[in-house]
Design a protein around this ligand. Structure first.
Ligand SMILES: NC(=O)c1ccc[n+]([C@@H]2O[C@H](COP(=O)([O-])OP(=O)(O)OC[C@H]3O[C@@H](n4cnc5c(N)ncnc54)[C@H](OP(=O)(O)O)[C@@H]3O)[C@@H](O)[C@H]2O)c1
Length: 292
């Protein structure tokens, strides 16, 4: 199949391109230089030239703090930009994959969120992403919206300045004797390779709709850091952050764990436990470092 990936050099976009290529698909990888989602003309021009059967939109403005201070840009990319991609893909009769976020929830539920739970974003980023979801729903009926959580991949996250959480913890461990990490925010850390694999699997179906797409299980950021150090044999102790120690102006959900209930109901779920995803990440990292 012919696939256009928008945001192709992002952390997730990179693995989506690789997954479709490994599947034998014909992939048109589009970076921000090739297409600006916030411009309807740019989107139409790029997609009309590519003539894809499937569009994957992995582009986003996902710097949560900057979204708060630049709400116009957040909505231009994450909401109206998504509308442009949805409308343009629909007019080309292409199916659309769009990536959303656990931050559409407020965290008050306290147990894993399913697709039927009512979103209630706490910040501009979450609101702009939720608006994007609705534009997908109204713009292209043949859509898959995947909400993901706390993602990490071998290719650097562009919005967040390069280092994903895993690499950031390992870097800090070389610089400090002890670390303090937030222990009261719970997520489902998910490897981008697994999300990409899930997208390829869904692409062979017509099971359109909204999906939670995250690894099984959950942990606090501190527990995530401890697991990273356990696997890599890093001995730096990880203490819980003090209350308010990393306070920012952005309110974040305390519990944004996702349950893949739709993928499971349709027997399409490929995700394993988050610790297994993390081990696979380190195995792939080693292979990459060895140049294999
Ligand atoms: N990172 C997380 O922990 C996390 C958690 C939940 C959900 N998500 C969602 O997962 C998806 C992928 O995130 P990621 O971590 O892969 O992000 P990323 O590495 O920052 O990639 C984002 C991509 O979007 C491109 N982009 C930004 N503005 C654009 C525009 N106006 N037009 C076209 N392209 C544009 C960026 O290109 P330039 O850098 O060249 O501008 C980059 O290639 C996003 O939808 C995000 O909201 C991420």
């Amino acid at each position: 199949m012919r696939i256009a990936v928008v945001g192709a050099n992002g952390q997730l976009g990179h693995d989506v391109v690789a997954s479709f290529q490994n599947n034998g698909d014909d992939v048109v990888a589009m970076t921000h230089q090739d297409v600006s989602v916030d411009s309807p003309e740019s989107v139409t021009r790029a997609l009309e030239a590519a003539r894809p059967e499937i569009v994957v939109n992995a582009a986003a403005f996902n710097h949560v703090e900057k979204c708060e201070t630049e709400p116009g840009l957040a909505f231009a990319v994450n909401a109206l930009g998504v509308r442009n991609v949805a409308r343009s893909s629909a007019s080309l009769q292409a199916r659309l994959f769009h990536i959303s976020t656990d931050y559409v929830f407020d965290g008050a539920k306290g147990s894993p969120y399913v697709e039927d739970d009512l979103p209630c974003p706490l910040n501009v980023y979450g609101n702009s992403k939720l608006a994007g979801e609705y534009f997908v729903r109204s713009g292209n009926p043949r859509h898959f919206v995947l909400r993901v959580s706390a993602i990490y991949g071998l290719h650097p996250c562009r919005t967040k300045g390069g280092l994903n959480f895993v690499e950031m913890m390992l870097k800090l461990a070389t610089e400090r004797e002890r670390l303090r990490v937030v222990d009261d925010e719970f997520v489902s850390p998910t490897s981008t390779v697994e999300i990409a694999r899930q997208i390829v699997k869904l692409s062979r179906t017509e099971e359109y709709g909204l999906y939670h797409a995250s690894a099984e299980g959950s942990c606090s950021w501190r527990q995530f850091a401890q697991a990273i150090f356990e696997i890599t044999g890093t001995r730096t102790p990880v203490d819980p952050a003090l209350p308010g120690e990393f306070a920012t102006k952005v309110v974040r959900p305390k519990f944004s764990v996702l349950e893949n209930s739709e993928l499971k109901r349709k027997s399409l779920n490929l995700f394993g436990h988050w610790k297994d995803g993390l081990k696979a990440y380190f195995a792939a990292r080693e292979r990459a470092q060895a140049g294999q």
